[in-house]
Design a protein. Structure first.
Ligand code: IPM
Ligand code: MN
Length: 326
């Protein structure tokens, strides 16, 4: 986070005054106060133009507490229905894939529905007949807005290609709704080429033919899984940035690295800040600072070309900030 803010400061024009508020959330606060995200903090956050979220989580907190009580609460409360996750292999970065694949796609992951809504429960708890359900919520409204957003993004890109990823041969109820809306909205975008992949097949193509993807639209859980794979094939989770977008601007959008908090290396100064720095670029782009966002991306691209040896988190941040202000 420190390196992200450093680069943000370096990228902004001198006449733009940046005001930041730091919110101390996450595992430490949870242990101190028992709170994850109090409503008062949510109200304060709402008054900001954008949120930069540092990775959260620690093994000392029971699984799900911070995920649901903090991260997902933010995404749901601020209606971050567009979860934007670029998958780009920068020049000079080694992909674990053979050859030198040209990977440049963006996953538009639905952010507020699907199996993430917490709709379900258990019966006969603790017995050998225990039952657990996790019901995926899919609304026409929710699907249509993310699908239309993905078409717009595809339309604006040179290749103009959009792939719907789902599992409509098995998850027929949600799958058919997604497919029908995908086709309907597509009529408004005659220039966009479309195709459909089942999620299992999509994982194959992410590895064997990642060049084929331009824009991908998919549901919340498929998008979660696919974007970790996307990170892996584009040089690792340390480079993967994301934006949780509310396009209406009614609530602040939130930018965060795709990765977690890496508690095993916390405090050692060896985490790669690049994913956070690229998330800062997405934040600036979202707020209309396109040139500044591009400067950060160029700085990262240049830095990645020459990466050899080991640098500390701070050294990487310093190098990126220096490039941005040069
Ligand atoms: C992510 C994370 C979250 C998700 C978890 C921590 C709730 O894996 O941002 O990809 O599943 O969305
Ligand atoms: Mn994830």
């Amino acid at each position: 986070m420190a390196e992200g803010l450093k680069v943000l400061g370096a990228a902004l024009p001198a006449d733009v005054k940046l005001e930041t508020t730091e919110f101390d959330l996450g595992a430490r606060r949870y242990h101190r106060t028992g709170e994850t995200l109090p409503d008062s903090v949510l109200a304060e956050l709402k008054a900001h133009d954008a949120i930069l979220l540092g990775a959260i989580g620690d093994p000392s907190v029971p699984s799900g507490v911070l995920e649901r009580g903090l991260l997902l609460k933010l995404r749901f409360a601020f209606d971050h229905h567009i979860n934007l996750r670029p998958g780009r292999l920068f020049p000079g970065v080694r992909s674990p894939l053979a050859g030198d694949p040209k990977i440049d796609f963006v996953v538009v992951r639905e952010g507020t529905e699907g199996p993430y809504v917490g709709n379900g429960g258990t019966l006969r708890t603790g017995t050998e007949h225990e039952v657990a359900t996790e019901v995926s919520l899919n609304t026409a409204y929710g699907i249509e807005r993310v699908v239309r957003d993905a078409y717009r993004r595809a339309q604006a890109r040179p290749r103009k290609k959009l792939t719907l990823v789902h599992k409509n041969n098995v998850l027929v109820h949600a799958g058919h709704l997604w497919t029908r809306i995908f086709e309907q909205v597509g009529r408004e975008f005659p220039e966009v080429t479309t195709d459909y992949l089942h999620v299992d097949a999509a994982t194959i193509f992410f590895v064997t033919q990642p060049e084929r993807f331009d824009v991908i639209v998919t549901d919340n859980l498929f998008g979660d899984i696919l974007t970790d794979l996307a990170a892996a094939v584009t040089g690792g989770i340390g480079l993967a940035a994301s934006g949780n977008i509310n396009p209406s601007g009614a609530f602040p959008s939130m930018f965060e690295p795709v990765h977690g908090s890496a508690p095993d290396i916390a405090g050692q100064g060896k985490a790669d800040p690049t994913a956070t720095v690229l998330s800062v670029a997405m934040l600036l782009d979202h707020l209309g600072y396109h040139a500044e966002a591009a400067r950060i991306e160029d700085a990262v691209a240049a830095d990645l070309t020459g990466r050899t040896g080991t640098r500390t988190t701070t050294q990487v941040g310093d190098a990126l900030a220096a490039r941005v202000s040069a």
